[in-house]
Structures are given as structure tokens and as C-alpha cells.
Design a protein around this ligand. Structure first.
Ligand code: AMP
Length: 223
């Protein structure tokens, strides 16, 4: 099964994708995480993408498509995977169909107001080593500045500055929202309310996934 978490920056896709991975064993594939890792490792791709990330603009379709194409070939993705931050353009959505078309899929939008997003993004911190996500108010690391999971330094993301946040929201409105129509037409688009606590949002996602997985089982036993 392919699970696509959809929503603007700051809606909680990354945090919820981590919970989906922990609960169901579907690996989280976050194109943002993969790109930030490439920047940290100073790979040729990372060096090419760094400026774009810092400006809050989208990296080229070809670059992210190639990253996803390679990642989903890994054996841990055979049963399924959860995508965070991909696809972000209609071209990417079409490309995903071409690279892995036959999979059962569900797209879950995390719906949230812009004011809440901005507040959350300003308080967001990430581990610069493993990418774990924190919020200074709601989910701070146990020891200030240090990742609970790997002990790495917990820092602000370069693109979580007010001017860059505005640009990312503009990019979302202009380019990514169209992806919604693409999946609405296909009848796989669902929505959850993203304003509650992490646990409240996850319980809505879990309900959708459990129903979807139960359907899959039913189809198998009828065969
Ligand atoms: P995220 O962590 O999902 O907020 O992504 C951080 C940044 O990585 C974005 O602002 C883009 O510059 C880049 N990025 C991540 N995913 C994509 C994608 N699917 N297409 C293009 N650029 C992306």
C-alpha cells in the first residue's frame, strides 16, 4: 500500500509519517529529509539543491523523482511505504504512477489553517543528524538542544524563517494544491483535521488506514 500524506508545510506530515512507520511498519520516505541529508553529506545533488531549499522553492521534478524511484526499490518498501512531501507537482504524481503504478493507494490531507501553520513552523526544530522532528512547545527534546533518539544537535531548519515560510506557502498554493484535484478525481483522497494534538491527528489517520487495510484483507479472502 502507498500512503501519501498531503498538506502544507507545518501541517505535521513528517511527524505523522513517523507514527505511521512505527505503527504499521511502512517506511517513511520524505523527499525533504533525503534532500537535507544530501546537503549535509555535500553530495553533488546536495550541492545543487542547497540554494533552492534555503529559498523555499521546489527542487526540480527530475531530482526528486529519481530519489523516490531509487528509494522504493529497497526491499523494505515491498509491502508499501508512506510518502511525506512527495508528490508536490502534478508531474511528480504522474511520474509516481509510472514508477510504481499498480499499488493500492490512499492520499490523506492534513487540513489546517495558515495562522496555525506559521506558529508551528516558527517553533519547529529538527535533529540535524537523524531528522527527528520536535516542537519547542508541544514536543521539546528531553534535554535542550539534544535529540532524544540519537543525541544529535537539535536545530532550526534554514527554511523555517518568516520570509521563507511565506514563500513555501505561496509555492504550496501555486503548485502543490493542484495535486489534490489529481487524486480527488481518482477517488483516493481523504482528509483529516490537523488542528488537534499529534495523538488526535494520528487517531484519525489510523482509522482511515485500518479501514483501508481491512478492505485489502477482505478482497484477499474473497479471491
Ligand atoms: P519539506 O521537508 O517537505 O518541507 O521539504 C523541504 C524542501 O525540500 C522544500 O521546500 C523543497 O525545496 C524541497 N523538496 C522536498 N520535497 C520536494 C518535492 N517533492 N519536490 C520539489 N522539492 C521538494
Amino acid at each position: 500500500m502507498r500512503i501519501i500524506l498531503f498538506g502544507p508545510p507545518g501541517s505535521g506530515k513528517g511527524t505523522q509519517a513517523e507514527l505511521v512507520e512505527k505503527t504499521y511498519g511502512f517506511p517513511k520516505i520524505s523527499t525533504g529529509d533525503l534532500l537535507r541529508q544530501a546537503v549535509r553529506d555535500r553530495t553533488p545533488l546536495g550541492q545543487k539543491a542547497e540554494k533552492t531549499l534555503g529559498q523555499g522553492k521546489l527542487v526540480s521534478d527530475e531530482i526528486v523523482e529519481e530519489m523516490v524511484r531509487e528509494r522504493i526499490k529497497d526491499p523494505d518498501c515491498q509491502r508499501g511505504y508512506v510518502l511525506d512531501g512527495f508528490p508536490r507537482t502534478v508531474a511528480q504524481a504522474k511520474s509516481l504512477d509510472r514508477m510504481d503504478g499498480r499499488r493500492k493507494e490512499i492520499v490523506i490531507e492534513i487540513d489546517i489553517e495558515v495562522d496555525t501553520l506559521i506558529k508551528r513552523l516558527l517553533k519547529r526544530r529538527i535533529c540535524s543528524r537523524c531528522g527527528a522532528i520536535y516542537n519547542l512547545e508541544l514536543q521539546p527534546p528531553r534535554i535542550e538542544g539534544q535529540c532524544d533518539l540519537c543525541g544529535g544537535p537539535v536545530v532550526e531548519r534554514v527554511d523555517d524563517r518568516p520570509d521563507i515560510i511565506r514563500e513555501r506557502l505561496r509555492v504550496y498554493r501555486d503548485q502543490t494544491e493542484k495535486v489534490k484535484d489529481f487524486y480527488l478525481r481518482r477517488g483516493v483522497f481523504k482528509k483529516v483535521d490537523g488542528t488537534g494534538t499529534v495523538e488526535e491527528v494520528f487517531s484519525q489517520i489510523k482509522r482511515l488506514l485500518d479501514a483501508e487495510l481491512a478492505q485489502g484483507e477482505e478482497a484477499k479472502t474473497q479471491r
